[in-house]
Design a protein around this ligand. Structure first.
Ligand SMILES: [Zn+2]
Length: 419
């Protein structure tokens, strides 16, 4: 008993002395047994690089709005981080190359596209840069030009027809061109993300290490098919399309891929752009967070749903997940909404401590959430979760995103994993 207590003190003492040494210097490279989750900030949408304890790599999303909104056909004028001289996809690739410098030739073993929006996959609108396969380089297609991708999981492969075909969607058309060319010429494997499974994403570098470093990734949801918590079973949250008018079909955000990663006692949740706060007059099934909450329990770290937009992070989800650490992948003036921050910090929803980190608050967002700003641990930067071998504890590290030195700005923790 005493020995156990002594070792806890020791972990935290060593933890604090390590932290002081890191600030102002480049992030130390990953080593075997660690789990790194990098929330890369380009100011252009989501991009999360994971390095699993055996060295298997995964990139979830590669947003690139390219300062142009295909939805409204208006420029958004959001600066690219670290600079406008390259597109977001190339910055992501360069970040990945640096983070994976322990490998000779960096490879992404997996990529996931949570759903088909520009801030998660990249838009070809107004982009002239093209790859060898003739497709436009933007977001994931640009990352793939610089870093080989072995397997890509999305919600549409192979027919891209749910809830309706993407025949007029230039983004999905360009992406499918990329997939087809990469499958033919580079050996890329494309698969549909399959809800309920926990063996679609596994260690591929050193599978034997799974016994020593147990990481499981559970596929929770895609296209409204949600894991029930029982074996690999799923149930459909959305009505049969036959009972709906085309205008009532599920929207892109609610079709997002959600997954949960566990490493020993450590748990991380990522839900893409799922929503849980009903717009006036919309049917109850538009809230996908509440059913999701019913099959989940407490987590250590949550990547905020839908960038913390007003329709996300409802009370049921927060009461179930009770995250110790929140990461907000912010890129627009509406990220995060004041109401959402009110819920995040609400001790009526849960009483435990929590720390909130944002990747890229815009000046307009800072004005809107002014009263909450002192409570945020970060307002800009790459946010890295570094989980120690075995998963018992983790730190949050904020890196400078103004250049490519990857300098540690601040470090928080060590936090003890929950369960
Ligand atoms: Zn989004």
């Amino acid at each position: 008993m005493q020995l156990a207590r002594l070792s806890v003190y020791l972990i935290f003492f060593v933890g604090f002395s390590t932290q002081a040494q890191w600030v102002g210097k480049p992030l130390p490279v990953w080593h075997t047994g660690q789990l790194d989750i990098h929330h890369i900030n380009t100011g252009q949408g989501n991009a999360t690089l994971m390095v699993l304890p055996d060295g298997t790599t995964l990139l979830a999303d590669a947003g690139a709005i390219n300062s142009h909104d295909w939805r409204t056909n208006k420029p958004r004028n959001i600066p690219v981080k670290p600079g406008n001289d390259r597109q977001a996809g190339e910055w992501i690739a360069r970040y990945v190359r640096n983070a994976l410098r322990f490998q000779g030739n960096p490879i992404l073993d997996y990529a996931i596209i949570t759903h088909f929006h520009d801030d998660h996959m990249g838009t070809p609108a107004h982009v002239t840069k093209r790859g060898k396969g003739g497709y436009v380089l933007a977001g994931i297609t640009e990352v793939g030009e610089y870093i080989p991708i072995r397997k890509i999981l999305d919600r549409g492969w192979p027919d891209y027809s749910y809830p309706r075909p993407f025949d007029n969607d230039s983004m999905v058309i360009n992406y499918r061109r990329f997939l087809n060319w990469q499958v033919q010429h580079k050996g890329l494997i494309a698969e549909r993300f399959a809800s309920g499974l926990k063996n679609q994403i596994t260690f591929v570098k050193q599978p034997d290490l799974h016994r020593k470093y147990p990481v499981d990734i559970r596929n929770l949801m895609v296209n409204g098919a949600m894991w029930t918590g029982d074996g690999d079973k799923t149930r459909l949250l959305f009505p049969d399309l036959k009972t709906l008018q085309a205008t009532e079909y599920p929207n892109e955000n609610m079709c997002s891929i959600a997954f949960q990663l566990r490493y020993g006692k450590f748990t991380y949740f990522s839900g893409g752009d799922i929503q849980g706060v009903l717009q006036f007059g919309s049917p109850a099934w538009h809230d996908v967070e509440t059913p999701m909450a019913s099959v989940l329990g407490p987590v250590d770290v949550q990547l905020l749903d839908h960038h913390g937009y007003a329709d996300s992070e409802n009370g049921a989800l927060l009461a179930s997940l009770q995250p110790r650490v929140f990461v907000i992948p912010a890129w627009a003036s509406s990220h995060p909404a004041p109401d959402v921050l009110g819920r995040l910090f609400s001790e009526e929803i849960y009483s435990d401590k929590r720390d909130v980190f944002a990747t890229n608050l815009l000046p307009e967002a800072k004005t809107a959430i002014h009263d909450f700003l002192p409570r945020l641990k970060s307002q800009s930067g790459h946010v890295i979760i570094r989980v120690e071998p075995g998963g018992k504890s983790y730190r949050v590290i904020v890196l400078d995103d103004n250049d490519e030195t990857y300098t540690v700005k601040a470090i928080y923790g060590p936090y003890k994993s929950k369960s």
